[in-house]
Design a protein around this ligand. Structure first.
Ligand code: CA2
Length: 142
C-alpha cells in the first residue's frame, strides 16, 4: 500500500518557531517517524510539503492517477480558505484524512471552520504531531 502525506503552506518552518503551538519536531522528524511506521506494515509513504495551492491540487490529482490508497493532509491555512482544494478532494476517488497539529477550535475564530473537512473521511486536530500517525494507522488497518 502506498500513501501520500501532504503538508501545506509554512509547515516547512515547523520546529523553528512557535513551539508552544506546534511543538519542537521538524517536518523531517515527522517524515522519518511515519516512514518507519509504514515500513512495519509493508507500506510506503510519499511525504511532501508545498507553499503553493496549485501544487497541492496537482498532487491530489496525481494520487488518483498513480493509485495511492489514501492521503493524510495537513492543508495549513488553506484549510480555512480553499474552495479549490475542496473541489480537488471531491474530484478524486482517494480517501483523505485532514490533520492539524493544533486544536483549531481553541484558536482564532477564522480557524474554526474547515472548507475541506466535509469532503474528507474525517479530521484529527489538537493531538500534536501524533495526529499524523493516527491517520496513517487508520489507512493501514484496512
Ligand atoms: O494546526 C495545524 O496543523 C495547522 O494546519 C497549522 C497551520 C494553521 O494555519 C492552521 O490553522 C492549523 C499553520 C502552519 C504554519 O506552521 C508553522 C509552524 C512553525 C512556525 C511557523 C509556522
Amino acid at each position: 500500500m502506498k500513501l501520500f502525506v501532504l503538508n501545506g503552506p509554512n509547515l516547512n518552518r515547523l520546529g523553528k518557531r512557535e513551539p508552544e503551538i506546534y511543538g519542537k519536531e521538524t517536518l523531517e522528524d515527522i517524515k522519518i517517524r511515519l516512514q518507519l511506521l509504514a515500513e512495519n506494515f509493508n507500506a510506503s509513504i510519499d511525504f511532501r510539503q508545498s507553499n503553493h495551492e496549485g501544487e497541492l491540487i496537482d498532487w491530489i490529482h496525481e494520487a488518483e492517477d498513480s493509485g495511492i490508497a489514501g492521503i493524510v493532509f495537513n492543508p495549513g491555512a488553506y484549510t480555512h480558505t480553499s474552495i479549490a482544494l475542496r473541489d480537488a478532494i471531491a474530484a478524486v476517488n482517494v480517501p483523505v484524512i485532514e490533520v492539524h497539529i493544533s486544536n483549531i477550535h481553541k484558536r482564532e475564530a477564522f480557524r474554526h471552520h474547515s472548507m475541506l473537512a466535509a469532503e474528507c473521511v474525517g479530521q484529527i486536530c489538537g493531538l500534536g504531531t501524533v495526529g499524523y500517525d493516527l491517520a496513517i494507522r487508520k489507512f493501514l488497518e484496512k
